[in-house]
Design a protein around this ligand. Structure first.
Ligand code: ZN
Ligand code: ZN
Length: 185
């Protein structure tokens, strides 16, 4: 029981390291390993509780009853990890908070452009892909439009970690006037 308890404490520490580092580096595999260890920690607690209760009360069935709960928890955690990992494979759009930050950066940094539309984002592991159309006055030189793009790319990269930005430049007759991000007065 003592060895089991000590192993549980070590596992708990290791699991905390894996989950915090996994979140920090956006690695689903590290987080999954941490969550796997967490089920081991709960299993250790289950052994202590189950065997302890059975021994203390003399009701032998408490031991397998706790084992069933432990097993259900493992299944539940496994199911959750499978769902999250499949989401990671499918390249999800960024969370709403990040999308708001991206919109704000574009609105603040697109001086000289008329509007931005068709903003699309997706996360693949650590990398966040950001794509949108930038409408500029038709007579603007390529060099000027490119300057705006570089400014936007730089601002987005400093706002969103590991952002890969693709901007498609369009003349003003392509303006949509709906679903729009920037409108210079
Ligand atoms: Zn467009
Ligand atoms: Zn360039």
């Amino acid at each position: 029981m003592a060895v089991n308890g000590a192993a549980g404490v070590l596992n708990a520490l290791w699991c905390w390291v894996l989950i915090t580092q996994g979140r920090k580096h956006r690695s689903p595999a590290l987080v999954a390993d941490g969550r796997h260890l967490l089920t081991d920690v709960l299993t250790s607690v289950g052994v202590l509780v189950g065997v302890g209760a059975a021994y203390g009360t003399g009701i032998a069935i408490l031991d397998p009853a706790v084992a069933v709960l432990v097993a259900l928890n493992i299944l539940w955690t496994g199911w959750g990890l499978m769902k999250e990992s499949v989401g990671g494979l499918m390249d999800e759009a960024v969370p709403a908070v990040t999308l708001d930050r991206i919109r704000n950066v574009i609105s603040a940094q697109a001086d000289g452009a008329i509007e931005a539309h068709d903003l699309r984002t997706r996360c693949a592991g650590k990398v966040t892909f950001v794509e949108f159309h930038l409408v500029v006055p038709g007579g603007m030189s390529v060099a000027d439009a490119h300057d705006i793009c570089d400014r936007l790319e730089g601002a987005l990269q400093s706002e969103v970690e590991d952002a890969r930005v693709t901007i498609h430049v369009e003349p003003e007759n392509m303006a949509k006037h709906s679903g729009v991000l920037v409108l210079t007065p």
